[in-house]
Design a protein around this ligand. Structure first.
Ligand SMILES: NC(=O)c1ccc[n+]([C@@H]2O[C@H](COP(=O)([O-])OP(=O)(O)OC[C@H]3O[C@@H](n4cnc5c(N)ncnc54)[C@H](O)[C@@H]3O)[C@@H](O)[C@H]2O)c1
Length: 311
């Protein structure tokens, strides 16, 4: 049994990770300030004596004796990370420094939940980890993209300078139950609009592509990454290489929900990437043959069932 700290543990991904690690018999501290997360996401774990909930903002230092740290705290959806962009930067950067400082002091392993956004609007397709990205440093998405890039830099410097036992994963678009239905991400937007028979809003032509990973595949990749030896630190892409246009996604959601919704187009927001698709060969090689098991239709069905119950 390990003692594990998960920052951002009450969020979408964090709550699934808490559940997985509790089910494996570990002692889990879930730290969150509830900016985008919710106690509802982890309510079912509260009675477990191995589970501890801490209200804390990771921009301030936090101390605990643990063996592993998963650093997930950061709003991930554009309307929320753009709500207070300075705070988003602080969460990424001070959050990285505070968790890395802790990991250094107690010799814990620490994993950073980085993102495919570090590749920006990519000129290389699909994106391998060796690609440095094409990111606008002064746009409306920069607080998130550059915050996450700076966090990766801090991880690498704590590793080189202090020998901290780091792991960096770059998560590609992930969806599933417990996504906030109103947080403005494309999968939750489309499903909610379809279930309510409202117009489905597509930004731009709808020909831009994304790859969608089901939450269980991410959690499997994440925990496998944490379990690797100290010689493999990443960064490693964790995502599903299946590539879909926004129009294809909208149509699939309409079909699966038997919705009467129509598709409408709205202007594209600034710096919206045109295409995204992970090259996952490194993950397959280093994480014992890990690869996504759940394809889009199956994952969408599970997510739609969750949102139906939520409504
Ligand atoms: N979901 C995705 O597709 C995706 C893709 C790439 C990277 N990620 C990364 O994974 C992590 C989790 O994302 P998610 O989709 O679960 O988002 P989420 O918004 O559901 O979860 C983030 C959690 O962090 C908490 N938080 C935010 N600021 C905090 C602070 N200052 N102190 C303490 N807690 C704070 C929120 O309350 C929330 O519970 C994020 O770091 C995100 O950048 C997610």
């Amino acid at each position: 049994m390990k003692r594990i700290l998960i920052t951002g543990g009450a969020g979408f991904i964090g709550s699934h990770l808490c559940e997985r690690l509790i089910n494996e018999g570990h002692d889990v501290i879930c730290l969150d300030n509830y900016f985008t997360g919710s106690k509802d996401n982890i309510r079912h774990l509260l009675d477990n004596h191995n589970f501890e909930l801490v209200r804390h903002d990771i921009t301030s230092p936090y101390f605990a004796e643990v063996d592993e740290v998963y650093n997930l705290a950061c709003p991930a959806s554009p309307p929320y990370y753009q709500y207070n962009p300075i705070k988003t930067m602080k969460t990424s950067i001070y959050g990285a420094m505070n968790t890395l400082g802790l990991a250094k002091r107690i010799r814990a392993k620490i994993l950073q939940a980085s993102t495919s956004e570090v590749y920006g609007d990519p000129e290389v397709h699909p994106q391998p980890e060796s690609y440095w990205g094409h990111v606008n440093p002064i746009g409306i998405r920069s607080c998130y993209d550059e915050g996450k890039r700076a966090a990766e830099t801090l991880f690498m410097d704590y590793y080189r300078q202090n020998g901290v036992r780091i792991k960096i994963i770059r998560i590609f678009n992930t969806y599933g139950p417990r996504m906030n239905p109103n947080d403005g991400r494309v999968v939750s937007n489309f499903i909610m609009q379809a279930l309510r028979n409202e117009d489905i809003t597509i930004y731009g032509t709808g020909l831009q592509t994304r790859s969608f990973q089901y939450i269980d595949d991410l959690i499997e990749g994440m925990t496998r990454m944490m379990a690797t030896g100290d010689d493999f630190i990443g960064p490693v892409n964790i995502g599903n290489p299946g590539e879909f246009t926004m129009l294809e996604l909208a149509q699939k959601v309409i079909d699966l929900t038997n919705s009467r919704s129509s598709i409408v187009h709205m202007p594209l927001p600034g710096d919206d990437p045109q295409q995204r698709k992970p090259d996952i060969s490194l993950a397959m090689e280093k994480l014992n043959g890990w690869q996504p098991q759940i394809q889009l239709e199956e994952g969408l069905k599970k997510t739609i069932t969750y949102f139906e119950n939520h409504l």
